[in-house]
Write a protein that binds this ligand. Structure first.
Ligand SMILES: *[C@@H]1O[C@H](CO)[C@@H](O)[C@H](O)[C@H]1NC(C)=O
Length: 95
């Protein structure tokens, strides 16, 4: 009986962990009274988010995220994407 309970609990923990890794958050920074970068990353961590999409490559946010296991996607703006896609030198200089 104890073994069954333990197995059930393990599956529950496992499925919970898998579900948490599937949470993805879009992290935009346009607005008023937004939490600081540090506070925002702490919120992502408390949500146990598995991935985050950023709308720009803010160095402070990237440094904070580098200390987490959160997967990061960084967006390129519409007016940048054509030149970045067409020119490797431009892509290398993008930040
Ligand atoms: C790519 O961009 C660089 C500067 O950003 C420029 O010097 C170079 O001519 C461009 N290359 C092409 C193939 O357009």
């Amino acid at each position: 009986m104890c073994g069954v309970a333990l197995l059930f609990f393990s599956l529950l923990v496992l499925s919970d962990a898998i579900a948490a890794r599937k949470i993805g958050v879009n992290y935009g920074r346009l607005g008023n009274n937004l939490p600081s970068a540090y506070q925002s990353i702490e919120i992502l961590r408390s949500m146990r988010a598995g991935s985050v999409k950023l709308y720009d490559a803010n160095p402070e946010i990237l440094r904070l995220l580098a200390r987490t296991n959160i997967h990061v996607s960084i967006m390129v703006t519409n007016d940048e994407i054509i030149s970045i896609a067409a020119n490797q030198t431009t892509a290398n200089k993008w930040d």
